[in-house]
Design a protein around this ligand. Sequence first.
Ligand SMILES: [Ca+2]
Ligand SMILES: [Ca+2]
Length: 401
Amino acid sequence: MVKQSTWTEFYEITLHQRLRVDTIFEYRRSIPLSSKVMRSLKPTLTVLTIALGLAASNGQSAKPNVLFIAVDDLNDWVSVFGGHPKAVTPHIDRFAESGAVVFQNAHCAGPVCGPSRSAMLSGFMPSRSGIYGNSNNMRDAALVNEHATLPEYFSKNGYYSLSMGKIFHKHDAAQGRDEGQWAFDRHEATKGGSPVDKTRFTSRIQNIIEGRPGPPSEHTGAIGTEFAWGPTIDRKEETKDYRTAQWAAQQLQESYEKPFFMAIGISRPHLPFYVPQEFFDLYDPKGEYMPPYKPDDLEDILTPSGKQKFKAHTDYLWLKQNDLLDEAARAYLAASSYADACLGVIFEGLKRSPHYDNTIVVVWGDHGWHLGEKLKYRKGTGWSESTRIPLLVRLPDMTDR
Ligand SMILES: [Ca+2]
Ligand SMILES: [Ca+2]
């Protein structure tokens, strides 16, 4: 993981310039824009808040429902985003074909969970809220506190809000775990886990390869979440995200007195990549999955005093030492395909529900993910591997894309 100060510095230089401050949009201003204008707008925050702002502020006709789905750490390795030629994501692809606008140049407001989600949910860029890192709780920011978050804004405007899965970034708080439950009329705790088959898993921190000790390595120290993958013991139907998706599909069959804002969080492909074997089986174990990268790519990034600014990431060094670069990329692809299958359960639920024709659907990933590009794994950089996100919005009656 790049140190906080490093990514903040990167953010200031790169991202801040790209997402100009004057494009900041607050929920309470509703700007009616045509779909053509929407398509041309790049800053994610703006686009999304316009789509959702229209939903909450439309007083004349029946207000549409909103189904808001966040996928944790899903980068552009989704077929319709073209980030990886071998990605198997049929459900997101079908959703795109069903009339969604696919935002090909969407970037997060901050390339880790907390800042990205806080910006999306508060409507304020990190440069205004001060939420630059995962340790910052958006509730401590005065500016955020003075305004309703996205779910609260819907509740205040005649909506019933309900949620399951990760939407807000989690924080330990005095009264227990703060996962944004206060923002919803109904907040359901997730159920089930995804324990891995310990006889077959691979872990850098523990130096385990396919359930067995790896050769001695200098690259096994802990950095953030365990870099590990393997098949779950449980079958798909018992895993956490799948159960969350099933819950969402069930809730979609209900009738509601008010229009609903339903926020569903899918936790894969966030590390560890523990998903049912069937998703690994989508990818040939002998296939090549490592994205193109240059082994000397960091040598031309220097500090003012002429020293090399960044070193190869520990994850990269361990994977390279053990010839696991392709296997790690395959595991991320498998985890993304599992997330896609969970989205499929939600999409199917919506399709057979009474709400299909009156529901705006938003699908987004909170930031990108490096898989070896720039000799880097994970997130938190100003490079597009970290900042580009999948974002799709489908408005039920929109015919002009
Ligand atoms: Ca994330
Ligand atoms: Ca370079």
